[in-house]
Design a protein around this ligand. Structure first.
Ligand code: ADP
Ligand code: ASP
Ligand code: MG
Length: 482
């Protein structure tokens, strides 16, 4: 039995939800039970909700309330389209209840003029609560017996609101109480992704894009045979299609490679998605809900060689120069087929440079630096050091000023914004050292600010100016994935 997670564009409107219904029906017919279904909010709804909260918090009710009404109309229209009377009546009532609550919160925020992370989570959770209600009712109306599950009773998290971490054993126990009995009774459980609740019952969210993570948590919790991520592209592509013109489909990759690509910016997968899958060794498949017949991308524990079936990239020894792409084998040379798996990038990266002569030959300096990041709960992405300086990149700028101030007490600090991370990933980098040199060589015209290859040796990552990113991506893609 599989878990199927559908992203925002895959539940965007009644047409998309009808496609979802057929995908669920097919899985059910094939497996004889399930699937468990996890859905995102309808596309753009989370952004709108966060905008509404921000407007209300700055007392702009005349901006916030009309947007609440637009959302209400959009959800009611979908409900009326997908579900007929008499089942329509309870669905409309549930939607109305969610909107009454939302309107109440929005008015309260305007009075209080502040939005706490905890309140923001309550507002943001509405998108998934609404979409999951509608999808559950629509499935049942289409003859697929389904039941709505309140994700706040199934995914249990810590209280780090807006980016909460799930508590594994509590979540597994909760899934056993909520999702498993529905599957056992032959119905399809439907729950909203992205959202959960703390141990004391406060609504929490797993961070932007977190529905993938919910899908994986459900998959691991119920011991699914596969976690399927249904989205709007054919699978994991060799580069971000918004940057590179014609990226290729990666048909297979390893958990480790997928984790690196997701961590370094491949938005198609939330970076935490792979963790629960690895723990239970459950394959993850990325699929296109517009083209359900496609094979998509399969992510498993096995080591990958790039996942490309054709058009291999050859590195030839210098002695063997009989033209590009015409590698030969003879007694004196070895020809290796070298396939990188993919490229990923992150924009809006900030580089923090920390310099101190006290760092020279000293121990304990880096501990002091990282203690500051820990204190402000800020994750660092990349670190490089020299004799008297250390450069660190961060993605999360919420506490940047405080971090800089704290480090300034014992070192000189400077900050560079509008930088980007570009990461080339492939298990193959582990055993072909010249490939890393080749990656850097291809970027020879681009000023690189930091270069790193971490212990896993399956990625090579550079930091460059954001304005140089598109060109650098195209160059690398052209060279390795053409
Ligand atoms: P969903 O709403 O289904 O979760 P997302 O928008 O979160 O979808 O993720 C899918 C999008 O990720 C694609 O439309 C694509 O623009 C973007 N993307 C970025 N990098 C990659 C990549 N390497 N492979 C595939 N898609 C990528
Ligand atoms: N709806 C949430 C977001 O937009 C979660 C998700 O779609 O994965 O971030
Ligand atoms: Mg997503």
């Amino acid at each position: 039995m599989v878990v199927q997670k559908f992203g925002g564009t895959s539940v965007a409107d009644p047409t998309a939800i009808r496609r979802l219904i057929e995908i669920v029906r097919t899985a059910r017919a094939r497996d004889g039970r399930g699937p468990a279904v996890v859905v995102s909010a309808m596309s753009r709804v989370t952004d709108t909700l966060l905008g509404i909260a921000a407007a209300a918090g700055s007392d702009q009710l005349n901006e916030a309330l009309p947007r609440v009404e637009e959302l209400r109309e959009r959800h009611l229209a979908a409900a009326r389209d997908l579900v007929d009377e008499p089942e329509q009546v309870p669905l409309i009532t549930q939607i109305a209840d969610h909107f009454d609550q939302l309107t109440g919160i929005v008015r309260a925020l305007a009075v209080l003029r502040e939005v706490s992370p905890r309140t923001l989570d309550v507002v943001a959770s509405m998108g998934e609560l609404l979409s999951s209600r509608i999808v559950a009712a629509a499935l049942t109306a289409a003859g697929v017996p389904a039941e709505w599950v309140d994700a706040r009773c199934a995914i249990i998290t810590n209280d780090d609101h807006t980016r909460a971490a799930p508590l594994t054993s509590e979540t597994n126990a909760a899934l056993g109480r909520t999702v498993v009995p529905i599957l056992d009774s032959g119905r399809v459980p439907v729950l909203g992704g992205f959202i959960g609740a703390t141990l004391d019952g406060h609504t929490s969210t797993l961070g932007r894009g977190g529905s993938d993570y919910s899908g994986a948590l459900v998959g691991a919790g119920i011991g699914a045979s596969e976690i399927q991520i249904w989205t709007d592209v054919d699978g994991m592509l060799s580069a971000d299609p918004r940057i590179v013109k014609a990226p290729r489909l990666v048909s297979q990759l390893s958990f480790a490679e997928a984790a690196e690509l997701a961590y370094f910016g491949a938005k198609v997968l939330h970076p935490s998605t792979i963790l629960p899958a690895v723990e239970r060794n459950i394959p993850v498949r990325i699929l296109n809900s517009w083209k359900p017949e496609g094979a998509g991308t399969l992510i498993t524990a096995s080591r990958s060689n790039g996942g490309y079936e054709r058009e291999e990239y050859y590195i030839q020894p210098a002695s063997e120069s009989d033209g590009p792409g015409r590698a030969t084998r003879d007694a004196h040379t070895t020809t290796r087929i070298v396939r990188l798996t993919g490229l990923a990038s992150k924009r809006d990266v900030t580089v923090i440079d920390i310099t101190s002569s006290r760092m020279l030959m000293a121990y304990g300096f880096l501990r002091r630096v990282f203690e500051v990041f820990e204190r402000f709960r800020t994750a660092v992405d990349m670190v490089t050091t020299s004799e008297v300086s250390v450069s660190i990149t961060v993605d999360d700028r919420r506490h940047l000023d405080a971090i800089v101030e704290a480090i300034s007490e014992f070192a000189e600090v400077s900050v560079e914004r509008e930088m980007a991370l570009l990461c080339a990933v492939g298990d193959v980098l582990r055993d072909v050292p010249e490939l890393s040199a080749k990656v850097i060589g291809v970027l020879e015209e681009v000023p690189l600010r930091m270069i790193s290859q971490a212990a896993s040796r399956r990625n090579i990552t550079v930091v460059l100016r954001q304005s140089d990113l598109p060109h650098a991506m195209e160059r690398l893609h052209e060279e390795f994935f053409r």
